[in-house]
Design a protein around this ligand. Structure first.
Ligand code: FES
Length: 120
């Protein structure tokens, strides 16, 4: 069922909202103009994952000999870090980087007429 969750202006680029919808709590995020909605329940032990830290994806830079040369940050695939035990999830896929089977519960999210709706 489709529920109004926010006005478009409530979710700035790189921002989020976390609100109760129906019988659950949903986090809606805007990344590169695209909206993503996830249940605010971590698949590890049920922590409030949508309220966690948002960080860029960290990649290790390797030289031709595969030696480490520091790190770089990829802003196009932000990571959401659960505040309870630090499990990390891609905001664009909802998946844990180590296992696609460990994933957030995603909801359909649409934006129409300056309003944001989620299907819960
Ligand atoms: S409950 Fe989220 S990492 Fe444990």
């Amino acid at each position: 069922m489709k529920h109004l969750i926010a006005k478009s202006g409530d979710i700035a680029e790189g921002g989020r909202i976390v609100r109760d919808v129906a019988a659950t709590t949903v986090g809606v995020f805007r990344v590169a103009g695209q909206l993503y909605a996830y249940e605010n329940t971590c698949p590890h032990q049920g922590g409030p994952v949508c309220q966690g830290l948002l960080i860029p994806r960290v990649e290790e830079k390797l030289n031709a000999a595969r030696g480490a040369e520091g790190f770089r940050f990829d802003e196009t695939d932000p990571r959401l870090v659960c505040p309870w035990h630090g499990f990390e999830f891609s905001l664009t896929t909802g998946c844990h980087p180590g296992s696609a089977e460990i994933r957030l519960t995603a909801f359909e999210v649409t934006e129409e007429g300056g309003m944001v709706y989620v299907g819960v």
